[in-house]
Design a binder for this molecule. Structure first.
Ligand code: ATP
Length: 309
């Protein structure tokens, strides 16, 4: 468990792009040694938030303190203690893995051992290869290595596994968890709820520029007060059906024609749903049941799926 010392304190951060309010006054704290996730669909404002924290965008209002340094007034100090991996890191494709790491190391007065960093990022076999020949997962691990060259103790990762295959994603998860074991504080953004669940001690769910929930993954799911979800469509319109009347249903989510019933009595709810469907002569389509997840927390709070944005 992480200690309770806040190492990032975000105070009323606001960012507008012209008339568009991308981040609408968010506040949260990240504790020392934890993996903190900002989870939300595309366009929620996660990247904008992260870019403000690392000094790449100026907030229109509010500020944040990172290790007691203010992100606006003490940005140079902030940069000494943070490492940043962005979604669109442009690497010098013709350099080798070793060469680019030595180049980055030369920018700092002190740096970690490059061979150990290469080993830690599972790039030992690739150290003499040019960057342009690396796979997506290897490039992403190199981008993280570059963020770690100056031995920062707070690491920001923007959608670290987007676009990677399942195997490469899991390799990266292991690397992130090992960084946490070494005592680093990690703040990451993601739109994958499984990733947030596996990696994060606490998650802030972001939607349309606001934080709509913040807790541990298990508490977020527990707060749904239902451990199962029943998802289905009716083949025809069922405007006279009130899904809350189905036995055992605690909450209902809908998106387009897909309905989700949340229940902690799966059998009762399923029986009642099937009875209702046959009484009303409605055909059930794509019926599935599952254990409630973070995805359901998001569906419940917004009526939308994380994947649909
Ligand atoms: P993604 O996963 O797609 O990166 P996100 O949650 O990180 O999503 P942001 O990249 O922060 O979201 O974008 C938030 C909103 O602000 C989006 O609607 C985006 O189109 C808009 N936006 C981002 N950058 C700019 C910009 N430079 N000018 C105008 N609008 C922008």
């Amino acid at each position: 468990m992480s200690s309770r010392e806040a190492i990032i304190k975000v105070q009323n951060l606001v960012k507008n792009y012209g008339e568009f309010k991308a981040v609408k006054g968010i506040e949260f704290e990240v504790n020392k040694g934890e993996v903190f996730g900002l989870l939300g669909p595309n366009g929620a404002g996660k990247t904008t938030t992260l870019e403000m924290l690392v000094g790449l965008r100026k907030p229109d209002q509010g500020t944040a303190k990172i290790a007691q340094y203010d992100i606006i007034n003490d940005l140079n100090k902030v940069k000494e203690v943070i490492g940043v991996q962005l979604q669109s890191t442009t690497l010098f494709e013709l350099l080798t893995v070793e060469e680019i790491l030595h180049l980055y190391a030369s920018f700092y007065p002190k740096h970690v051992s490059i061979p150990s960093l290469i080993d830690d990022m599972l790039l030992t076999d690739k150290r003499k290869d040019r960057i342009k020949g690396l796979s997506g997962g290897q490039k992403q691990r190199l981008a993280i290595a570059l963020a770690l060259v100056h031995d920062p103790f707070i690491i920001f990762l923007d959608e670290p596994t987007t676009g990677l295959d399942p195997q490469a994603r899991r390799t990266l998860w292991d690397i992130i968890l090992r960084l946490k074991e070494k005592g680093k504080t990690i703040m990451l953004t993601t739109h994958y709820m499984d990733e947030a669940h596996v990696l994060c001690d606490r998650i802030a769910i972001m939607d349309q520029g606001q934080l709509i929930a913040l807790d541990t993954p298990s508490e977020l799911v527990k707060n749904l007060q239902s451990d199962s979800a029943v998802q289905f469509r009716f083949q025809a319109e069922a405007s006279d059906v009130n899904l809350l009347d189905i036995a055992g249903v605690k909450q209902v989510g809908n998106h387009k024609d897909v309905n989700v019933l949340y229940t902690d009595d799966l059998q009762t709810t399923l029986t009642s749903l099937i009875t209702l469907a046959s009484e009303k002569q409605l055909q059930l389509m794509d019926l599935q049941t599952r254990t409630a997840t973070l995805e359901d927390v998001f569906i419940h709070m917004t009526g939308r799926s994380l994947r649909e944005g």
